[in-house]
Design a protein around this ligand. Sequence first.
Ligand code: M6R
Length: 624
Amino acid sequence: MCGIVGYVGRKPVANLLIEGLKRLEYRGYDSAGIAVVTEKGLKVGRSVGRVRVLEELVQTTGGFEGFLGIAHTRWATHGSPSERNAHPHRGTSRKGDTIAVVHNGIIENYVALKKYLTDKGHVFESETDTEVLAKLIAELYDGNLEHAVQSALREVTGAYAIAVISDHEPHTLVCARKGSPLIIGIAENAYVIASDPSAIIAHTTQVLTLDDYQVARLCAGAADRASGEPWAVEFRTTTIDNVPVSRDVQELELDLQQIELGGYDHFMLKEIMEQPESIRNCLRGRIDQREAKVVLGGLNKLVRDLVRAKRFLLTAQGTAYHAGLIGEYLLQDLAKIPAQCEYASEFRYRNPIIEDGTVAVAVSQSGETADTLAALREAKERGATAIGVVNVVGSTIARDTDAGVYLHVGPEIGVASTKAFVGQVTVLTLIALYLGKRRFLSDDVVRAYLTELEKMPEHIRRVLEHSDMIHDSVARHVHRNNWLFLGRGYNYPVALEGALKLKEISYIHAEGMPAAEMKHGPIALIDEGMPVVFVATRGSQYDKVISNIQEVRARGGRVLAVATEGDDHIHQYADAVFPVPDVPEPLQPIVTVIPLQLVAYHAAVLRGLDVDKPRNLAKSVTVE
Ligand code: M6R
């Protein structure tokens, strides 16, 4: 989704901002722009397409010399992707000062504000809601940018992370947030802000975050820039009502290496391949074999409520929803607690009934997904205890929950979620065992699962060794435009995830469903050569899945089967077999999803597509 970078300090700003935007490219965008306060006033450049197009524009047109600037990658919501809709947007004050704004989020009352501003004589050039904000700040500007931003935000409903500059205040960057993420980095003699830590980490690990409705004024500069001395940096944080608030400086837990490709062709491949290590990190310190227990410090304060819970309600979107579905099976199976997973976007609007003793679990990699956040807040308002299963430390969902468990799988840059899914399923397994042990599971049973969980990094490594073989199998079918993914029980959500992975990066139409459901309609789709991917590991429903495979074969479909290592029987039914280690059924999704991630990855590369920047997609969907 949209990305923001801003800087005020001693370094020339244009290249620094462009480098920051490149770090945000993975979030998904369609256009980009930059504004710099120069000696000749505010210089703005905007372009459609990749950041490198903007970079060329900045280099060829020149004139972007300055030390204060903001930049943006836009993912269209109001208005098509075009140069005039790209940010920054501008407004002109009554005294002729220019204000530039970049914005993530949505201004919901922009129609009324636009009419008010048009009546005041402002002329709009774009179709965006953001331009309304730029013009409103300009309308209220009387020489103090911080006050103008505060006043404007008091008039606004919606969600925003914004960065604002004015040519009248060449040392001042003002930013604010409500509902969309924004981080302020405190660098040497400078401030750098961004919607995502990956654009900050090259400059500093010291950061501040803002809460909703808070504003920061960041100043860095010298009275005489030519001499550069004395150089002063200062910041102030307030509410939009101008009440001072204090914010703690925190250490960013991220290193540059984690967000670089490290020799891989794509982030998605890197993240698939590093899963043994990321799952080892996810499990670290959480398994106590001697006591046969799971250690989840983040849940301790709520342990009594959780153990006595009458119902767990898991809520999420996309891949995280598929992990939540597996969580539903795990909580019912291992902890014997009624559980149900719902799309956050649906849950919120169906007037849900939350009985006493309901625990709402928000599952999210980014911790910023707007639908998931809204559903979580709705559940809390109706009395649920809220816990988070989140990857990004300090994200909005993590902060809005009563307790939670972080994934600790490291930053996920690839738009297609891979290691976060496996992390989410692993954490949900740990939670189910944590509760199961306190409810009725014997130490022996818990210990057996924990022993198996500890082997997962090695199991995943073994599956990854088949990457080349999976590539060759996919190559035989990649020209087909319709695929099915089928599984039963714990592997039904894995089938859904396999289909989502394939469609989002290869643009092949794919559907996932319970294997038995195929007979109730979708079987009509099967024709000669149609690829059907079965998750057909050994377990309670193995024979039934084999029957489903035969039904597909009888109609000419091509079967690609994820199967248990050593299952020779299945070879007679399948065109290709992707082996995974033999693990207990509740733990199977952690290994069975890996070949499906590789199927999607290889299909996209074989089709010549940009795996890390799939069309129309954003990494973190911060609008509903
Ligand atoms: O950050 P979240 O886990 O909340 O994101 C949820 C979905 O937007 C996300 O999983 C999306 O479906 C991915 N593109 C899947 O690969």
